[in-house]
Design a protein. Structure first.
Lengths: 321, 321
């Protein structure tokens, strides 16, 4: 393994989530030279090895598309939880992988190359810091607001891992101690209120009738945009919870920029206006008033760009072996 | 100015607060070779220059007590807010100093020596990390629970400053968005609930009659220990608020240890039991369950020890010019 990427060579970047698996060949500047993705085979008919073979096929295809280059290393964002940095992964939404030795498998496949795996939301935050809206700023919280609420923390220009690689869990900052139960086992976490399924459930309790099954937070945001009052209230509810959590994070970490990505962040002013209002209510000290909350810039590829940065900019984003 | 302290020389350490000013000569291992303190002349009869001369006299006396050694540098903890790292200080509880150029004055007085000033609660956290209960741990939150609630954050073994030197403001993590107004202008901050005067006001509203004026949170804790039910409820209220804020901080920063100092932390199990209960209710994920909350170890001198560490261990605790 080398500490520094070989000059000029690209990185093989991987993003493993419950919905899709994406792979890209990323050049040193951050440009994506080749890319493909597939729906994660996640219907119970695929076992751990089947899922691994699916990923290997995707890696083969994308490498071939890029002209089968040599690589400087392999960077991976994967849904949590995982041991870290060993990356035995047990993604919440991928039941086929429990304690799956993802890093070890990739090290065998890419012998001699550095292989680095981190939480997928952390990779999104790193991507936004390296090449997105956080570029050049020292103190940035990157967030993903979607089926869950995740994040990653860059302070003093360096990725913060915490004791076990789990720093950045903004979704479990408590915004209402008497609030709804959270999937984590706690109560009143940001995620319990602002995650898509939580919002949908709340809106349905309040009388939102979308007229079909399997609706998501994005559908809710669409209805809010069309003026449905319950859907609008749901966006206000999510925005307020986000604003309160961001106020807490800003006070604790003295942040400059909070970048919000994920499906729900597409809701625009429906979400960001109540967010700003709650943030400005709770963040009143001079230093905290300076924080800027902005939509993430890199879209669907931010996690891949961040995964590549674990290799390309390891001085800032990789603090482990 | 030198980047590294001259080997073997002590540091002149200063702790400036609204109640007292303390000065110590601290040896490289953290031992205090000489120490004195005075009540901060804070009755309105002293102006900025008078206060400075008082501090200078104290510096002269303590240096003489230590045998007038040469110093490796000067480390200072001072009540906030301040510009940082320039340290023009405007301590909330010292009206005589507004934009007082403390660092610049000390630099003139100790020409050629490094002079470093940080928030007093940050110095407490640094002291506990360097020589107290956080020693050898990578990810530590140090807290001071007293007239206010302050703190400092050490992550990955390094002090976190944030964008403006204000990281560590655990007192303004929101624990109840509909809670009482806070001195910061916000609402429902930890400090609004758990600071001594806040607890006293709440207990008095609930019928606590201590029988004299000018009572503090420490008096309230004494009454709680004697079994006064309202005083007990006040400790439970403070403990819960602390537990919720610590759960949020642990999720965001993946902490190993939280060290709690300040007058109110003397309340022992009265405070720490409800704290633990709230923390364990809200911090349920595996990584968060591992956090340990412990009383600070260094007592009244922790801020001085931490101020000295700004010089002695600048690779970990000083990230500015």
């Amino acid at each position: 393994m080398t500490d520094r990427p070989a000059a000029g060579l690209p990185v093989m970047a991987i993003d493993v989530g419950g919905t899709k698996m994406a792979v890209a060949v990323v050049e040193p500047g951050g440009r994506i030279a080749a890319y493909d993705r597939i729906a994660t085979p996640n219907d119970g008919g695929v076992d751990a090895e089947g899922l691994w073979r699916t990923l290997e096929s995707l890696l083969d295809k994308v490498a071939a598309d890029a002209g089968s280059p040599d690589f400087a290393g392999v960077g991976v964002g994967c849904g949590g939880p995982m041991t870290w940095p060993a990356a035995e992964v047990s993604p919440l939404n991928i039941p086929a992988w429990r304690d799956f030795p993802l890093r070890s498998r990739l090290r065998s496949r890419y012998a001699g190359l550095p292989v680095r795996v981190h939480n997928d939301a952390i990779c999104v935050a790193v991507g936004e810091h390296w090449r997105g809206v956080g570029r050049g700023r020292g103190n940035v919280l990157g967030m993903v607001v979607s089926t869950g609420v995740g994040g990653g923390l860059v302070l003093g220009g360096h990725l913060i891992d915490g004791a076990t690689g789990n720093a950045g869990h903004i979704g479990h900052v408590v915004v209402d101690p008497e609030g709804p139960p959270c999937v984590c086992g706690g109560r009143g976490c940001l995620e319990a209120i602002a995650r898509g399924p939580g919002l949908v459930a709340w809106a349905q309790e309040q009388g939102w009738r979308p007229g079909r099954q399997d609706v998501t937070g994005v559908d809710l945001a669409d209805d809010a945009r069309r003026g449905h009052p319950v859907a609008e209230s749901a966006m206000v509810r999510a925005g307020r919870a986000l604003g309160i959590a961001i106020a807490s994070a800003t006070h604790l970490c003295d942040l400059e920029v909070v970048a919000i990505g994920g499906g729900l962040s597409q809701a625009g002013a429906m979400l960001f206006d109540p967010l700003e209002e709650a943030l400005r209510t709770h963040a009143r000290m001079g230093f905290a008033r300076q924080v800027q909350v902005v939509p993430a810039a890199l879209g669907q590829t931010s996690g891949l760009i961040g995964a590549a940065a674990l290799i390309f900019a390891s001085d800032r984003y990789w603090n482990a072996d």
